[in-house]
Design a protein around this ligand. Structure first.
Ligand code: SF4
Ligand code: SF4
Length: 173
């Protein structure tokens, strides 16, 4: 039987969206941004993070698909997808938009025994989106790295278990 051929970038993008969904669920369950937006913070989306120049194929494909689904957004302010109620994107955020949390939020998590490192999560996301190994700090691609379905499944499972563990720590407080 003929096998369906899936392009590398489609496969990477689908995997990236799965990881994004896990993080959305985690942050939503904590509710820190929702409860603190405009109270203890000014939001972290004043700059145009979504439209930074993209060096890599996976990042450009993500942009293209976001544009098809959400359009160009509101071009009169900072980030075209920010609103008075926060980000309007339910999916297809950039790796930085998904991974970043501010120092007060990081501290609040630390106080509950949760060691969330946004740099680390950012690197994981861009690695999956672009099938490559990346330098931890600069985000520069070091080498391409083929990720099999088995390898991705193992990464995703480990990540999901970690997020569930963290969510349960917050829930107990
Ligand atoms: S990460 Fe921090 S600055 Fe950004 S919206 Fe959440 S609470 Fe506000
Ligand atoms: S896309 Fe959303 S999360 Fe990213 S900077 Fe804009 S408003 Fe913030």
């Amino acid at each position: 039987m003929a096998q369906k051929i899936v392009s590398v970038t489609r496969r990477s993008l689908d995997r990236y969206l799965e990881m994004e969904s896990l993080l959305h669920k985690f942050f939503d369950s904590i509710g820190y941004c929702r409860e603190n937006f405009g109270v203890n913070c000014n939001g972290c989306c004043n700059e145009n993070v979504a439209n930074y120049p993209k060096k890599y194929r996976g990042c450009r494909d993500l942009d293209e698909e976001r544009l098809k689904i959400y359009g160009v957004g509101n071009l009169t302010g900072g980030c075209p997808y920010s609103s008075d109620h926060g980000c309007i994107l339910a999916t297809h955020k950039t790796p930085k938009c998904i991974a970043y949390i501010c120092p007060p939020f990081t501290k609040a998590l630390n106080e509950q025994g949760i060691d969330y490192d946004w740099f680390e999560v950012h690197t994981l996301l861009i690695s999956i989106l672009n099938e490559g190994k990346f330098d931890w700090w600069s985000g520069s691609k070091i080498e391409s790295h083929y990720t099999s379905d088995e390898e991705f499944f193992a990464i995703k499972k480990k990540f999901e278990e970690l997020l569930n563990l963290w969510a349960s720590k917050v829930a107990k407080i």
